[in-house]
Design a protein around this ligand. Structure first.
Ligand code: NDP
Length: 450
């Protein structure tokens, strides 16, 4: 790795641990590409990639149901636009800060490049917590947030989407506010509702794409998801549709979680139980704990904030799919997964495994899929939504699914081919980072110093 380069980036961003973790993970893997193409070092492409093209922070003031004034902080990080308009989700969660959004925007550059669709990297959001808020408060907040964000986005410049805490409901309010302010109906958001510009299968795309990716990995060893017991974390958008696809492919999922705890259902979260889970989380906005009241054979475990490992990752299974949030698998968790004989780990969330955890998985021969490759089906399908909006057409579910499967297979094959070419066969992280980096670096070189 270029230690001096990493040190200089650390010095420039001293209080941003998540961002530095994401940068380090990329820098440790792209050295062979920098050695092969020294001009990228000379042009300072890595330093330029690690510096947002534009970073917007703004105040969001809104009135809650009690008539009290609330103040939140909003952000948009427009990280890189070398290969297309800025693209990346919005996250509403109390843990949101510049470091978290810069790590997500940085990851998004490489992920979007891997999809093969022309999209730059961005991310945004707010420290607003949608949990426990009324419908009216959610709408008021979204409108206040958009009153500023609308100045910085457009369907040709920057196209946000959802992420943690921003689902179909929030996108509806945000899109409505943008349309009102700008007096135009354009595809400025993806993840829109079907019937007002959304694409079929966008909701399912990240979770489905993750499992398509895992299936491609298993095929390289003459294996498949069928008959596999799987651990899934989270119970939101990505987790729900990962579970659905695993079930459809003949696997069994025995866990799901939220930020309060997790459930273990040894019989499997089948179709009917998943419908209950979706209703619990998406409509009733309940907690995962309620699952065991409905299905008493399942067991609930509360999260211990002080614990130095997560017992969810200490359960015997074949595959693991972290689909909640960053850094949910540390060194100890990775060791537990190894000890329990896990064969594959596919990241549904962004950066759910620490750098040390990744090394443990890889050193023990576990097939490891980095999120920027394995969860790219979401943004890939967002790209398909943008294309449909530009063309003024709606593709069928089958057509979008066919394209999603194609995108995931192409990313998978690219990761393997590039890893092989750079002397790290089977290392999906090296393949993803170098392939994404080269595509963007090439465009930046061609466009000069801008
Ligand atoms: P959702 O808000 O729909 O669900 C998030 C889930 O993770 C919830 O179950 C939530 O629990 C749990 N969670 C959130 N924060 C924490 C935390 N700090 N500790 C423990 N659990 C937590 O989000 P998504 O499913 O959309 O996103 C999940 C992950 O996937 C994120 O990393 C996101 O960046 C990534 N991703 C999402 C894409 C998409 O298309 N939506 C695309 C690519 C990646 P609770 O209900 O308690 O908050």
């Amino acid at each position: 790795m270029d230690q001096a380069l990493l040190d200089s980036i650390k010095q420039r961003n001293p209080y941003e641990p998540e961002f530095l973790q994401a940068v380090e993970e990329v820098l440790t893997t792209i050295k062979p590409a920098l050695d092969r193409f020294p001009e990228y070092r000379k042009l300072r492409i890595p330093e330029r990639l690690a510096e947002p093209e534009r970073q917007i922070s703004f105040r969001v003031t809104w009135l809650d149901d009690q008539g009290d004034v609330q103040v939140n902080r909003g952000y948009r990080i427009q990280m890189n636009s070398a290969i297309g308009p800025y693209k990346g989700g919005l996250r509403f969660h109390p843990s949101v800060n510049v470091s978290v959004l810069k790590f997500l925007a940085f990851e998004q550059i490489f992920k979007n490049a891997l999809t093969g669709i022309p999209m730059g990297g961005a991310k945004g959001g707010s420290d607003f917590d949608p949990k426990g808020k009324s419908e009216n408060e959610i709408m008021k907040f979204c409108q206040a947030f958009m009153s500023e964000l609308s100045r910085h986005i457009s369907h040709r410049l920057d196209v946000p989407a959802g992420d943690i805490g921003v689902g179909g409901r929030e996108i509806g309010y945000l899109f409505g506010a943008y349309k009102k302010i700008k007096n135009e109906f354009t595809g400025v958001f993806t993840g829109k509702g079907i019937g007002w510009g959304g694409s079929l299968l966008r909701t399912e795309a990240t979770g489905y794409g993750l499992i398509y990716f895992a299936e491609n990995m298993l095929h390289t060893r003459g294996d498949s998801i069928k008959g596999k017991t799987c651990l899934v974390s989270g119970s939101g958008n990505v987790a729900q549709y990962a579970i659905e696809k695993i079930n459809k492919m003949g696997g069994k999922v025995i866990t799901a979680s939220d930020s309060s705890g997790f459930i273990v259902d040894e019989e499997g979260i089948d179709k009917q139980k998943l419908e209950y889970l979706k209703d619990l989380k998406n409509n009733r906005r309940g907690r995962i704990q309620e699952y065991v009241q409905k299905y008493p054979k399942a067991v609930y475990h509360t999260s211990e904030a002080s614990a130095d490992f997560n017992p969810l990752w200490n359960i015997k299974a074949d595959c693991a799919f972290p689909c909640a949030t960053q850094n949910e698998i540390n060194e100890k968790d990775a060791n537990n997964l190894v000890k329990n004989g896990i064969r594959l780990l596919g990241e549904g969330a962004n950066m759910p495994v620490s750098i040390e955890g990744i090394h443990i998985l890889q050193d023990n021969g576990i097939m490891y899929a980095p999120g920027k490759a394995s969860n790219a089906g979401g943004v890939g399908t967002s790209g398909l939504e943008m294309t449909q909006n530009f063309m003024g057409v709606n593709w069928s579910r089958e057509e979008v699914d066919k394209q999603l499967q194609h995108i995931m297979k192409t990313i998978h094959d690219t990761c393997l081919a590039v890893a092989n070419e750079y002397g790290k066969p089977g290392n999906y992280l090296v393949g993803a980072n170098i392939a994404g980096f080269l595509k963007v670096a090439n465009a930046m070189k061609a466009q000069g110093m801008v």
